[in-house]
Design a binder for this molecule. Structure first.
Ligand code: DAT
Ligand code: MG
Length: 148
């Protein structure tokens, strides 16, 4: 089953949106396979955002993601990578559709509440950066037969 890496950023944790966000993915039918409240070191932040190293906002991005605890998660389900991106809304909350997480809770691109992997390759890479094998649970839910 497809897996993705999702992370409530420091603004989402401070604004007490962790429960709301978990609830949205649970109600959609996705399955939580790993989760933890943690601090992101500058080293991990640099690796996680490596693709943005040359961007003018890179330093602000690293400063922000290391500014307080994040809630890191791994979710699984059919099409979870692209569907969770749709549920998050586009990068800039100013343009994100109401009904999406960024559309409902965010105002600016620098504090856009949630991160989600954008492709199967980044999902594998990001899950590996944030979680060890032992931190991921392999279990089945009876309700899945009413979802699939
Ligand atoms: P996403 O988080 O939707 O995958 P991204 O990978 O393009 O977006 O960028 C990573 C983060 O960097 C994004 O969540 C917020 C920040 N960011 C993106 N574009 C920005 C900009 N023009 N100014 C400031 N921050 C930006
Ligand atoms: Mg991205």
């Amino acid at each position: 089953m497809e897996k993705t890496f999702l992370m409530v950023k420091p603004d989402g944790v401070q604004r007490q949106l962790v429960g709301e966000i978990i609830s949205r993915f649970e109600r959609k039918g996705f399955q939580l396979v790993g989760g933890k409240l943690m601090n992101v070191s500058s080293e991990l932040a640099g690796e996680h955002y490596a693709e943005h190293k040359e961007r003018p906002f890179f330093n602000d991005l690293v400063e922000f993601i290391t500014s307080g605890p994040v809630f890191a998660m791994v979710w699984q389900g059919e099409n979870v990578i692209s569907t969770s991106r749709k549920m998050m809304g586009v990068t800039n909350p100013k343009e994100a559709t109401p009904g999406t997480i960024r559309g409902d809770f965010g105002l600016t691109v620098r504090k856009n509440i949630i991160h989600g992997s954008d492709s199967p390759e980044s999902a594998v890479r990001e899950i590996g950066l944030f979680f060890s094998e032992q931190e991921l649970q392999d279990y089945s839910k009876l309700i899945n037969r009413w979802i699939y």
